[in-house]
Design a protein around this ligand. Structure first.
Ligand SMILES: Cc1ncc(C[n+]2csc(CCOP(=O)(O)OP(=O)(O)O)c2C)c(N)n1
Length: 354
């Protein structure tokens, strides 16, 4: 297993090949994801947001880092906590917020919970599925299709540390290794699955070292360093694209909030949480880095903050103005209307195939 902490110390290029413009864009994305997360939580606590929220705060280094390594034509298979990765891959914030408020302009046109979000034909993100880590075997299928068609595309799947205990996780890694599929496996290790800490989830010291069982590279990376996450992910993505097969990336952070909005997470030791929030904030750390290297100054940071605030407010207004689905719009697209599997409501109730 490779470790990454000291690799970049040896590297001369702290900016890992990224232009000033891309570095500033990464800062914008980190700040946007943080802001969206904070605002959604505030609105949820005020009783103004229905449904559930799964905060990804503190994990933006993972989400922005890995998704930035993908090209437009590559695909992302996320889970419930990965909205920030989906936004980085190109989800439209207006439609995201419309989804959160159950409106017709949401990605599922006002149906389903707010975390079941994705944009397969646009941003190329697969809609989140609840059964963990079902995104992994589905990503295997996409990667197999790319390989068989000879398309130079890569699939990337994300799951949490807890999901790695499920058999499907191991089956997906196994199949991807046997067929050398163009896929990148990301584990967002935020140290807890609900209230279960890492040491009660798996017996090995790390998740990355399990890659050896599937004869693929396993890399453990510090998610507080978004550029290091990007560098590792970029290497894995391009290796997969060139036919080198899959890589397992374990990106380690801490879940700053409970499992969902209802959970105060009292089981997380206070000292650990304070250490991460005060000294290991990936957003502040990256901003300080860009300030130190004069890629941004205070005025540029203020401009980015203003852009983030404006983008959120515009999207929020758009979502509130968007109508709820009514009548036929509620069932539109639920069944394939012209295909073999056409299903229509039967007169007796229920459905029948035709
Ligand atoms: C197969 C399966 N078992 C249980 C659940 C219920 N469940 C939803 S989220 C979750 C915790 C997942 O923890 P982890 O994989 O570490 O991701 P995190 O929530 O920490 O991001 C569980 C057990 C599920 N969705 N699917």
């Amino acid at each position: 297993m490779a470790t990454t902490a000291d690799r970049r110390t040896a590297a001369t290029d702290w900016r890992v090949g990224l232009s000033d413009e891309r570095l500033r864009e990464i800062l914008y994305l980190l700040k946007l994801c943080r802001y969206v997360d904070e605002r959604l939580e505030a609105l949820y606590r005020q009783g103004r947001l229905p449904g559930a929220i799964y905060s990804g705060r503190g994990q933006e280094g993972t989400h922005v880092g890995v998704a930035s390594a993908l090209r437009k034509e590559d695909s992302l298979f996320p889970t419930h906590r990965d909205l920030s990765a989906q936004l980085t891959k190109g989800l439209d914030l207006k439609r995201v917020l419309a989804q959160f408020w159950g409106r017709i302009d949401g990605y599922t046109r006002g149906r389903d919970g707010n975390s079941h979000i994705g944009d397969w034909y646009g941003a190329r993100t697969w809609t989140v599925m609840s059964h963990l880590p079902i995104a992994y075997p589905v990503a295997c299928g996409a990667a197999l299709a790319y390989k068989r068609r000879g398309e130079p595309r890569v699939a990337m799947a994300i799951c949490g540390d807890g999901a790695t205990s499920n058999g499907r996780w191991h089956e997906a890694l196994n199949v991807s290794a046997i067929y050398r599929l163009p896929v990148v496996w990301v584990v967002n290790n935020n140290q807890y699955a609900y209230s279960t800490p890492n040491e009660l989830e798996f017996p090995t010291g790390t998740i990355a070292e399990r890659a050896a069982a599937y004869d693929m590279p396993g890399v453990r990376v510090d998610a507080q360093d978004v550029l290091e996450v990007y560098r590792v992910a970029h290497e894995a993505v391009e290796r997969a694209r060139e036919g080198g097969g899959p890589t397992l990336i374990e990106s380690v952070s801490l879940r700053w909030r409970g499992h969902a909005g209802h959970d105060p997470a009292r089981y997380v030791p206070r000292g650990l949480l304070e250490e991460y929030m005060e000294n290991k904030d990936p957003v502040r750390r990256f901003q300080d880095l860009l300030l130190a290297h004069e890629v941004v100054d205070q005025a540029a940071v203020a401009e980015i903050d203003e852009r983030v605030r404006r983008d959120f407010e515009e999207a929020y207004e758009f979502a509130q103005r968007s109508p709820f689905p009514v009548g036929e719009e509620v069932t539109m697209g639920l069944w394939v209307e012209d295909g073999y599997w056409r299903r229509e409501p039967s007169r007796e109730g229920g459905t029948e195939a035709s």
